[in-house]
Design a protein around this ligand. Structure first.
Ligand code: NAD
Length: 494
């Protein structure tokens, strides 16, 4: 039996039911298995959560298939579907303190950021996508084939979609996928990360409360190699949308081959953030600091390679170091904490390994320290005297660690910024309109922010070039990835 263990903070929410959600019911895993979830601020056990394995995933897929084919969701009038999805957005906002608290317990991120950032962002997805339920239109097509035809396209739901999400924005990234999947009339099996399963389970409960029919949204926490692999290989799943590491993305591509599943892959990043000599330096330094240190640096879009023009390089390094030193690292429930613990012991080991490596490869301008026991804390760390070939500059660290490199001219920085296997996001700081446009054109990244960083909105498509992935999340464009286009050609005369 899966049971919550303890809520370690007086003001933290109760953890609630940690069983699977299949076909509208809370159920134990078929084999009765559970896994442990830890509080990263203390390293202590937080909850025991039902562990879905292949048999449970199969049960969830069958429930989703029944719910799809029997049609209560797919065939619901679009305006009614829109109302229900909007209601789910409202319910997230009404429960923002609880959801934010669960995210802090599970992931470690500061409560104020979770409650004031992650939850409204997730709610915004449901509100925005609800509008698309009534706007999934096709077109009429004049064709030149001999004869007279009425030819048109229509958009249909895909069927059962498997959604696999990571631990860094557990609720928000689930919403990126669940909201458009629902708007298009699909049914869902959602597999949260084994590290942070709690908000996904609560999202499933709130979906039922909003009026989403049983079996439409099933939630199966479990491990990637077991539940995740079973979902990606399942012959009755029509599409998988995955966010996570590039390595796992490759495994998923292979696993999806069996029934040629449609795939969306949102993968890793090593994003450049470029500060030109004419930039508003105060804004650029603060923006670059937030761009790397927000969410403990555990962000695919983190601006982890800062290129500063040589004329302002020293000022940028000094300003960034000062900003890093001003950041309070601590328990996420402390309202002064801007950075909480990293998500897990394993991830802490990975990030601190890079902190140690960066010391050898370059110079620590700020930070470089980390907790050795207890919670998984790392201070925001700034490296200088590294090169484009340093591993800390080339590899995704996924923690509060940044390298600052000087550059001399625009073409040089374009070449160096693009010299990476990733292509997720990029930042540019300049007061010159022509530099802004030139950079926006030249950078090989799915999103380019100019004089800002980390602006996300449900209406803005997000995704990667190169090994950062396939497809886009958010914006109207994402609906293409959750629908089939059907062409109908009717002969109406000779
Ligand atoms: P991960 O790849 O280890 O895990 C992500 C999810 O995939 C988890 O739910 C995990 O259980 C599951 N999984 C693992 N192996 C699997 C398998 N063989 N088959 C199916 N599912 C499997 O990633 P993570 O450590 O949770 O997250 C960090 C990574 O995610 C970073 O590389 C980061 O850049 C990336 N990320 C990308 C975006 C984006 O939008 N591009 C957003 C957030 C995170």
């Amino acid at each position: 039996m899966s049971t919550p263990v303890v809520s370690p903070h007086a003001d933290a929410p109760a953890i609630g039911d940690t069983r699977l959600l299949i076909d509208g019911d809370r159920v134990d895993a078929a084999e009765g298995a559970t896994f442990d979830v830890f509080n990263p601020a203390t390293g202590e056990l937080l909850a025991k959560v039902a562990e879905a394995r292949a048999e449970d995933v199969d049960r969830a897929v069958k429930a989703a298939r029944r719910a799809f084919e029997s049609g209560p969701w797919r065939d619901m009038k679009p305006a009614e579907r829109a109302r229900v999805i909007w209601k789910l957005g409202d319910l997230l906002l009404e429960n923002a303190a609880e959801l934010g608290g669960l995210e802090t317990l599970d992931n470690g991120k500061p409560f104020l950021q979770a409650k004031g950032g992650d939850v409204p962002a997730a709610a915004g997805l449901f509100h925005y996508m609800s509008g698309w339920a009534t706007k999934l239109e096709g077109s009429t097509i004049p064709i030149s084939f001999p004869g007279t035809f009425h030819t048109y396209t229509k958009r249909e739901a895909l069927g059962v979609v498997g959604l696999i999400v990571p631990w860094n924005f557990p609720l928000t990234i689930a919403a990126w996928k669940v909201a458009p999947a629902l708007a298009a009339g699909n049914t869902i099996v959602l597999k949260p990360s084994e590290v942070t399963p709690l908000t996904a389970l609560r999202l499933g409960e709130l979906a039922l409360e909003a009026g989403i029919p049983e079996g439409v949204l099933n939630v199966v926490p479990g491990f990637g190699a077991d539940a995740g692999a079973a979902l990606t290989a399942h012959p009755d799943v029509d599409k998988v949308s995955f966010t996570g590491s590039t390595t796992t993305g490759r495994t998923i591509m292979r696993a999806a081959e069996g029934n040629i599943k449609k795939l969306t892959l949102e993968l890793g990043g090593k994003s450049p953030d470029i500060i030109f000599g004419d930039a508003n330096l105060e804004a650029a330094i603060q923006g670059a600091s937030d761009g790397i240190f927000y969410n403990q640096g555990e962000a695919c879009a983190a601006g982890s390679r800062i290129y500063a023009h040589r004329s302002v390089y020293d000022e940028v390094v000094a300003g960034l170091s000062k900003a890093a030193e001003a950041i309070k690292v601590g328990d996420g429930f402390d309202p002064d904490s801007f950075i909480g613990p990293l998500v897990s012991k394993q991830h802490h080991e990975k990030v601190t390994g890079y902190v140690d490596l960066g010391r050898e490869e370059g110079t620590v301008a700020s930070g470089g320290t980390y907790a050795k026991d207890g919670g998984y804390f790392v201070t925001p760390t700034v490296f200088t005297n590294v090169t484009d070939e340093s591993r800390v500059v080339r590899e995704e660290i996924f923690g509060p660690v940044v390298s600052v490199l000087p550059f001399d001219d625009t073409d040089e920085v374009i070449r160096r910024a693009n010299d990476t296997r990733y292509g997720l996001t990029a930042g540019v700081w300049t007061e010159s309109m022509s530099t802004a446009h030139k950079m926006a054109d030249a950078l090989k990244a799915g999103t380019v922010w100019v004089n800002c960083y980390g602006v996300f909105d449900a209406a803005m498509p997000f995704g990667g070039y190169k090994e950062s992935g396939w497809g886009r999340e958010m914006g109207g464009i994402v609906l293409d990835d959750y629908t089939e286009s059907k062409t109908v050609c009717i002969k109406v005369g000779d």
